[in-house]
Design a protein around this ligand. Structure first.
Ligand code: PMV
Length: 309
């Protein structure tokens, strides 16, 4: 049996604007993971996929061609060059909450590509993993920018611009992010289509917001490369304000962002599609427990801390 994993991720700067060609920054979150196992057999049954968390098990040819798990399995087997006429059992599970901006869909697909690659003794380079996973992101999200599959496949902080080769960058002073789950599921597809409709109605306003967010992502990268952590926090606050103006925040997210700031976070913002999902807060060893407490009092369902390095 082969086992492989993939981490979750959060977007530090630039969500939504990235769909419109602006730069964004995302970082992996190793504290949550998707897992995929691949086993041979049972004989004569073809390929079976079991999603443990969803208590679903099905044969590959029972589902339509645009099923996300089927798409990643077929795409990977074709890439490896071993074909789909095989008896395999693929089992997936994940500790990444679904529809909270942590990249659960992309992580499950990435774990499958890695597990199949290992099973057949074939190294699948990160850019190929990312491209294969992007096909499933299209099924989940409609018009994804590609940032989730990129950061998860490369497992490094990335500076991402749609349709360009991704860039990594150095983190001069590692810093801590507190990630608080609002407990509200927010499918990316819905938030993205809301922004699209708003942009169609008020192009000038939205393009200005996207431009400003792009500038913040650019400045955020520079601040991280220079180890200017306080500037990173200030830019997170500024990015959040622009996301508010874009209409993707919510009272629950506002409560969490405010609580994190009151607890002493250097900056806080919603992360991902918005409306629900997570907020992220920039904390230090000194402020992390107070921020954690404030976030929980404000209704966070879960709080995890990850280091960006
Ligand atoms: O998957 P999420 O919730 O992190 O959202 C993705 C970020 C968006 O910019 C809103 C959409 C995209 O495709 O980049």
């Amino acid at each position: 049996m082969t086992v492989a994993y993939a981490s979750g991720k959060v977007i530090l700067f630039g969500e939504h604007a990235v769909v419109y060609g602006q730069p964004a920054i995302a970082v992996p979150v190793n504290q949550v993971q998707a897992q995929a196992t691949v086993e041979k057999g049972p004989a004569g049954r073809g390929i079976t996929i079991t999603a443990e968390d969803l208590q679903q098990s099905y044969s590959l040819d029972q589902v339509p061609a645009n099923d996300a798990l089927r798409t990643i399995v077929v795409g990977t087997l074709e890439h490896i060059g071993v074909g789909t006429k095989r008896d395999l059992t693929i089992t997936v599970s994940s500790t990444i909450p679904i529809a909270r901006g942590l990249g659960s869909g992309a992580a499950v697909s990435t774990a499958i590509v890695r597990a199949l690659g290992q099973h057949f003794g074939s190294f699948v380079p990160p850019q190929v993993v990312s491209n294969l996973v992007y096909e499933t992101e299209k099924i989940h999200h409609g018009t994804p920018s590609g940032i989730d599959n990129t950061v998860i496949a490369f497992e490094k902080p990335v500076y991402f611009v749609r349709d360009r080769k991704m860039e990594t960058f150095s983190v001069e002073s590692p810093f801590l992010l507190s990630i608080a789950d609002s407990g509200i599921a927010s499918p990316t597809r819905i938030a993205v289509s809301h922004v699209r409709r708003a942009w169609e109605r008020e192009r000038e306003k939205y393009e200005e917001l996207f431009d400003e967010i792009g500038t913040i992502a650019e400045m955020g990268r520079q601040a991280i490369e220079r180890g200017e952590t306080e500037t990173v926090g200030r830019l997170m606050n500024e990015n959040h304000r622009l996301l508010q103006l874009m209409g993707v925040s919510s009272p629950e997210l506002e409560g969490l962002v405010e609580a994190a700031r009151q607890g002493g976070a250097l900056g806080a913002k919603l992360s991902g599609a918005g409306r629900g999902g997570n907020i992220i807060a920039l904390v230090t060893q000194e402020t992390r427990s107070r921020v954690d407490m404030m976030l929980r009092v404000a209704g966070a369902q879960d709080v995890i801390v990850t280091e960006v390095s």
